[in-house]
Design a protein around this ligand. Structure first.
Ligand code: F0G
Length: 459
């Protein structure tokens, strides 16, 4: 059969409240044209993020009932720890309430002012947690990764020559760790090859630098390796996953992604000394090391989700359904980052709306229009998120790319929902010349995309 179906039946549903264009126009204005301020009840399809928004399975829901809520020594923790150790192979597993808490603990202990942490691309919370230590978060993505039209199969790879050059230039003493984000969210959900993971590990080992993986979408990455790296064609997903992590000294993880849970995260390491320090800090900030900011029931849901995500039928559906959205849009001539990523499709707004200058936020214009057209919430990943003022000249500095991300929650929407999204984007594409830009009328000092107020230009 050529048709790929969702490999699940639906047992429990959440109603979607339909609304019309006039009400959406009212809601958007009331939200100051910032989609973060919308009420979820006023959204028809929510593609803001794939984080914590997936549907749990019946096995995960039954795990919730088994949750052992003991403060210390919970059975749910034992299950959580064993599952993660079996899948990833690390010695120490430390639960946290989500990915960024694991990042905070890791970087607080390893980084100091003036250090540099190289990666393929740091995700924004990773970057912020590194910079909070006075450390530089350095992106060393291969050139293909920055070219929206390149169809290179592993656009998430880290440039090994650039890494060696940085190590030679600044010296190992200033590099407390090297990171790899798999898949590379900031670069379009693009995978990293096993060959690249291995090469990064070899460079790290040769220089005695710890190597950590930001593992949020590890199973999606493993599926890409199986499909695109000849040597792994016949390998099982779990053997690919176990090889990927065998090259690393530890990882940070947001369980809201590939553990298909609504909340949670963890930090792994092979160093007993570091694990002890991490646990001490955990007690201060998250909780006792057998729950780390989570309820026992969350630990159960994560343990089950970590196993379910390795199912090849699930992964095939997952990657093919994101690709389906990307292929449909690209087929209509709509400019997207190629090839389609694992968890999201990114629309290239500099090409979609060439008449809107970066100073008028083309990504924000498209994101607002998709909401007005069909009640779809997406996220701007461009100059609203990354733009800033030059501290010396006061001039506006814009983002390299102006993107709108359509992130697909796991097991949540069906093919007809996705067809609805395609139709909405196509309708906006057909009248793209009529779209106007936006201006910011109120903004906070940092992370402005979450809370800024906007107005359409000329209104
Ligand atoms: N690393 C990556 C690659 C991520 O994509 C995220 C979250 C985190 C770390 C942080 O994890 O949210 O559990 O604290 N990404 C979400 C997104 C928010 O929408 O892409 P967290």
């Amino acid at each position: 059969m050529k048709t790929i179906i969702e490999p699940f039946r639906i047992k429990s549903v959440d109603p979607i409240r339909m609304n019309d264009k006039d009400s959406r126009s009212f809601f958007l204005k009331a939200a100051h044209y910032n989609l973060f301020y919308l009420h979820s009840r006023d959204i028809i399809i929510d593609l803001l993020t794939d984080s914590g928004t997936g549907a749990m399975s019946s096995a995960q829901w039954s795990g919730i009932m088994l949750g052992d809520e003991s403060y210390a020594g919970s059975t749910s923790f034992d299950k959580f720890e064993k599952t993660i150790k079996d899948i990833m192979g690390f010695e120490y597993v430390i639960p946290t309430h989500q990915g960024r808490a694991a990042e905070n603990i890791l970087f607080s202990l390893l980084c100091k002012e003036g250090d540099v942490v190289p990666s393929n691309s740091h995700f924004d919370t990773t970057r912020a947690n590194i910079e909070a230590q006075g450390t530089e978060a350095l992106d060393l993505l291969i050139d293909e990764g920055n070219d929206p039209k390149s169809t290179y199969p592993f656009k998430g790879n880290l440039d090994i020559a650039k890494l060696e050059d940085v190590i030679n230039r600044i010296g190992v003493d200033k590099i407390p760790l090297i990171m790899l984000t798999i898949t590379n969210n900031a670069g379009g959900g693009q995978p990293v090859s096993m060959e690249n993971i291995k090469s990064v590990s070899e460079v790290a080992k040769a220089n005695n630098i710890p190597f950590y993986i930001d593992a949020c979408r590890f199973a999606e990455n493993a599926y890409f390796i199986k499909k695109r790296e000849e040597k792994y064609k016949k390998s099982s997903i779990s053997s690919i996953v176990s090889e990927m992590f065998s090259y690393a000294d530890g990882c940070t993880m947001s369980a809201k992604k590939d553990a298909i849970a609504n909340i949670g995260g963890f930090l792994c390491t092979n160093s007993s000394d570091l694990a002890q320090e991490q646990k001490n800090l955990l007690i201060l900030t998250e909780g006792f090391p057998t729950y780390g900011g989570l309820a026992g029931r969350d630990l159960e849901a994560i343990a089950v989700g970590m196993q379910e995500v390795l199912d090849e039928d699930y992964l095939e559906y997952r990657i093919k359904s994101t690709t389906y959205l990307g292929d449909k849009l690209a087929g209509l001539g709509i400019p997207i980052l190629l090839p389609p990523g694992g968890h999201a499709i990114y629309i290239d707004c500099l090409s979609f709306l060439p008449h809107i200058p970066q100073s008028e936020f083309p990504g924000q214009a498209l994101a607002c229009e998709l909401y007005l057209e069909a009640g779809i919430r997406s996220s701007e990943i461009g100059s609203v998120m990354f733009g800033k003022k030059d501290p010396e000249t006061g001039k506006d500095l814009f983002s390299k790319m102006e993107l709108v991300r359509l992130a697909v929650p796991r097991r949540t929407y069906t093919q007809s929902h996705i067809d609805y999204v395609v139709e909405a984007v196509a309708n906006v594409w057909d009248r793209r010349e009529s779209l106007n830009g936006y201006k910011i009328v109120k903004e906070p000092k940092a992370l402005r995309h979450f809370t800024a107020h906007f107005k359409p230009v000329g209104k």
